[in-house]
Ligand binder design. Structure first.
Ligand code: OXD
Ligand code: MN
Length: 606
């Protein structure tokens, strides 16, 4: 091994703590060599060429999809693994029932032997990355050590990565150390496989020392450690301690034909169309209205000097679910994917392009599926894995907001919370005030799909869409949210939406996609103090006449009434489910929340 372990050409490293840590980790993991990523195009091209030769990446047809690649993971390594994800503060009560807790010394004792020699025969890539624009007061830096070149090049798409980040650290800047290994050392002469990984998997977070250790998986949120691990689980801890919010939210801009601009941040559980909403194109009848994209998955939100919350998207790219993305559901995403992308576990067409379920109405006559097998329509298998992904640079998104890299963030006027609910929850409502808004967000739920659990229609509580991502006790998290409402003079108004309500035949009542603009416009007008609303038991709700229906006949007044119906009996049952969830949080549940619940129950009787 090259024990000097210093970066090569054009790199200024003058940060002894970083250098010593890299050396210490190298002596544990024992890689064949160390490469400090500079983040350049040449470097990415070289790593990609090596991965193409090794069979890890397939180069797509450059005429159809320039500079884009397909990766096929091991068929056992296809998703985030919640049951192997651990949060390891000293006190189990700090992790809460929402996390798998492991005592930190026990976790270290289990990790050490796994990491000892785990990179033998491989390169250790040092990946310095900034979550947020380099130098912004919102941003935080991490350094990921990984033995996966796929992770190194994906991190270059998903974060600001390379030597500028090390320069920003100066001689003593803070960074979150992130260690990642696929856990597949190579013996001398041993032939590599195209997607190395290990059956044993650990994704461990140490909130007190702000460290991340991930072993055994090369996939997505398990391996691209800037995203869920850092920007949500570790950052939620930083945010609690420092007085800000790290949230699982998209951020979008809404601009009226008169040039008035508002920003909203919206939380939805996975698979509720977050990327589609973030890149929405308004219907034709909304001529002059613009929706712009700041981020599609994560928001870091801090109180500003102007008494409002400001938000940044800490990411630099999109790691989106491919199936269901089409010219109809999300034309901006399709345009974003035209070049410079890495696709993982989608299908390959005979002419060297990609395909997934929902991309076109008719599937191609033949494909190579995500596992590399020949595929024809009607063969009974999915061509793309349901969790197949694209990794795309944000800069390619046609709806990108001009302020998306503003180091001061964008001011947030509204928070939207949504889930997938076939019954009970109306299309849209506005909370009466901040504490009630926190209650609504804290009791958010989503119906499970057959693919995830085998049981359709069960409701999983997913407060603020953060259940898998909050790096500490959910009760403390609610308390922090309640507190944060008092850290600004003018907190964002809070809304709940549900695009997924169905009629008795199980058909969706709401057309969704671009038509969601009608609800966004109502929200825009509400925060501007203009739109009408009715006060009902649950909150403020639009009447039929309060929504702009120009160009849409499909939603009649009767259908709208069905979409907005509040059934007191169903809501009483819903409240019982809230109780069940709240009781799981024990004495950490802030008192305001049961009080809000009580108030709601009494109101439902009126
Ligand atoms: C994601 C998720 O991958 O929320 O963004 O699961
Ligand atoms: Mn997400």
């Amino acid at each position: 091994m090259n024990t000097t372990a210093l970066p090569t050409v054009g790199y200024t490293l003058n940060h002894p703590r970083l250098q010593n840590w890299v050396l210490e980790m190298a002596s544990l993991c024992k890689p064949e060599r160390i490469h400090w990523c500079d983040g350049s195009q040449e470097e990415a091209d070289r790593l990609i060429t090596e991965m193409v030769s090794a069979g890890t990446l397939i180069r797509l047809n450059p005429e159809k999809r320039p500079n884009s690649f397909l990766a096929r993971s091991d068929s056992s390594d296809v998703a985030r693994m919640e049951d192997r994800t651990f949060v390891c503060p000293k006190d189990p009560k700090a992790a809460g029932p929402n996390n798998n807790w492991m005592e930190p010394e026990k976790a270290r004792a289990e990790l050490r032997p796994l990491f000892d020699g785990c990179m033998k025969g491989r390169t250790m890539y040092v990946v310095p990355f900034s979550m947020g624009p380099i130098g912004s007061p919102f941003s935080h830096i991490g350094v990921e050590l990984t033995d996966s070149p796929y992770v190194a090049v994906s991190m270059r798409v998903m974060t600001r990565m390379g030597k500028d980040v090390v320069a920003a650290l100066g001689t003593d800047g803070e960074f979150v150390p992130c260690v990642h290994s696929v856990g597949a050392p190579l013996a001398p002469g041993q032939k590599d496989v195209s997607w190395p990984c290990n059956e044993t998997k650990y994704i461990c977070h140490f909130p007190e020392s702000r460290e991340i250790w991930s072993f055994g998986s090369g996939y997505g949120g398990n391996a691209l450690l800037g995203k869920k691990c850092f920007a949500l689980r570790i950052a939620s801890n930083m945010a609690k301690d420092e007085g800000w919010l790290a949230e699982h939210m998209l951020i979008l801009g809404l601009e009226s034909p008169q040039g008035e601009k508002r920003y909203v941040a919206a939380a939805f559980p996975s698979a509720c169309g977050k990327t589609n909403l973030a890149m929405l194109i308004p219907p034709q009848a909304f001529d002059g209205w613009k929706v712009t994209t700041v981020g599609d998955d994560i928001a870091w939100i801090k109180p500003g000097k102007d008494g409002r919350f400001h938000a940044i998207n800490p990411e630099y790219g999109y790691f989106g679910v491919a199936p269901g993305t089409s010219e109809h559901t999300n034309p901006n995403a399709i345009a974003t994917l035209k070049a410079n992308c890495i696709f993982t576990n989608v299908a390959l067409t005979p002419d060297g392009d990609v395909w997934w379920e929902g991309l076109t109405k008719e599937p191609p006559a033949e494909l190579i599926d995500w596992e590399g097998k020949a595929w024809t329509p009607g063969c009974g298998r999915k061509a793309a894995h349901p969790n197949s992904r694209f990794t795309a640079p944000a800069s390619q998104c046609p709806s990108l907001d001009p302020s998306w890299e503003d180091p001061k963030g964008v001011p947030v006027d509204a928070f939207i919370f949504g889930g997938r609910r076939s019954k009970t929850v109306p299309l849209v409502m506005q909370a009466f005030n901040w504490s009630y808004g926190v209650y609504m967000a804290a009791t958010m739920g989503s119906e499970t799909t057959a693919a995830a659990t085998g049981k359709v229609g069960q409701i999983r509580r997913d407060p603020m869409a953060m259940l898998p991502f909050c790096g500490y006790h959910m009760g403390d998290y609610f308390d922090h949210w309640l507190d944060m409402g008092h850290k600004v003079y003018n907190p964002p108004r809070v809304f709940c939406v549900n695009w997924f309500r169905t009629n008795d035949k199980g058909e969706f009542l709401w057309p969704g996609f671009g038509e969601n603009m009608r609800v966004l416009k109502w929200i825009f007008e509400r925060v501007s103090g203009r739109a009408g609303a009715r006060q009902i038991q649950l909150g403020w709700m639009p009447g039929y006449e309060d929504i702009d229906w120009t160009g849409l006949d499909e939603v009649t007044e009767a259908k709208f009434d069905e979409l907005m119906d509040v059934d007191a009996k169903a809501w009483k049952e819903e409240l019982a489910l809230h109780d069940e969830f709240f009781s799981s949080l024990g004495d950490k549940l802030p008192r305001e929340l049961p009080l809000q619940r009580e108030l709601l129950e009494r109101t439902l009787d009126r």
